[in-house]
Write a protein that binds this ligand. Structure first.
Ligand code: ATP
Ligand code: MG
Length: 323
């Protein structure tokens, strides 16, 4: 296990944002600083934490965990579908092929939990294609994984649920591309679940983004990271489910729960302060997810990130000397 002292020592160095002059034109997402140059997208994962569509704080080593896990999964799933990863010059940086993103995100769910459970419990119909059976319980496993797409909202807006029928009737995605995207998402999810299970975790649900490279559909963004997915500890699932207890989670849902329960925050009103102990605790969850999934000790080092980023990007020729 990565030492708690090292996580604590990294708290003041957690990366809030980058200013890499000369890397390309910058689009700052909630989590990543994306530099675009020609057909390349250089994605620098910062340590920013967003929840309910707001950036709230930073979590030490989060960007590195996201980057390492995304690279791990992209490599592991190349035989299932092509993806955008081209190079990995730094622990926080992926160099990717820039694509035309589909305007929808493809969420695949294996269990009734999270926002879908919150809707179900409140009897709100999110309007997906198949209505859910009644009488289901929180965290219940679905017979077959469910595809619940959402719109990819413009910057600053919230993503909204959308049905597959609407995606097609509004012409957001061509039918043949949607068919293929759906198949790829389900195949990737099956691969991810099988791997996670072998490592003692349940891949509960996840979100995929896909884009077009010419006419070719490519998996973009991140994959099976604890930001884009839920992971539960498998050995405790049955017992907790039987008792109606919350699952042991190694992902971002931890902080969502903390915000709702401890601060009454679910995206509206003033942004709450996040204490260092909560930041440390979430870092530990992300690091555990990395170590359990890969079977490797987390190799991160305590220290400032900007000098290392510059050094690695220069060494690999992404930043010119004059830049
Ligand atoms: N290969 C790619 N080509 C084009 N865009 C991409 C590619 N991969 C990822 N993206 C986009 O880059 C951005 C990644 O940054 P980040 O995840 O921080 O943004 P976000 O906060 O999730 O989304 P946003 O702020 O855009 O709503 C996302 O908008 C994502 O859709
Ligand atoms: Mg994102």
């Amino acid at each position: 296990m990565f030492p708690t002292d090292s996580i604590r020592a990294q708290l003041p160095h957690a990366l809030r944002e980058t200013q890499l002059e000369g890397l390309g034109s910058l689009y700052r997402g909630k989590v990543r600083d994306n530099y675009r140059r020609g057909d390349r997208l250089i994605m620098v994962a910062t340590d920013r934490l967003s929840a309910f569509d707001h950036v709230l704080t930073t979590i030490p080593f989060k960007g590195e965990v996201l980057t390492r896990l995304a690279a791990f999964w992209f490599e592991k799933s190349r035989d299932v579908a092509p993806n955008h990863l081209l190079d990995w010059p730094d622990p926080n940086v992926l160099v990717c092929r820039a694509c035309r993103p589909l305007p929808v995100e493809i969420v695949v769910r294996g269990y009734l939990t999270g926002s879908l459970w919150r809707d179900y419990e409140a009897r709100r119909d999110p309007g997906y294609d198949q209505p859910l059976d009644s009488g289901l319980r929180r965290d219940q496993r679905f017979e077959r994984p469910l595809v619940t797409p959402s719109t990819k909202a413009e910057h600053g807006q919230h993503d909204l649920p959308i049905s597959e029928a609407q995606i097609l009737s509004r012409g957001l995605v061509e039918p043949r591309h949607w068919e293929e995207a759906r198949e790829i998402a389900l195949a990737l999810f099956e691969r991810g679940q099988a791997w996670a299970r072998g490592r003692g975790l349940i891949l509960v649900d996840t979100k995929y983004e896909m884009g077009l490279d010419g006419d070719r559909l490519v998996v973009i963004d991140e994959m099976h990271t604890p930001d884009s997915s839920r992971y539960w500890v498998e050995s405790e699932y049955e017992q907790r489910f039987a008792k109606g207890e919350p699952q042991r989670m190694l992902d971002k849902e931890n902080i969502r729960q903390w915000l709702i329960q401890e601060r009454g925050f679910s995206g509206h009103g003033p942004l709450p302060e996040i204490p260092d102990d909560v930041r440390l605790d979430l870092a530990q969850k992300y690091l555990s997810a990395f170590e359990q999934l890969t079977g490797d000790p987390f190799p991160g080092e305590v220290g400032e990130l900007p000098p290392r980023l510059e050094r690695n990007l220069r060494a690999k020729g992404y930043l010119s000397l004059a830049g």
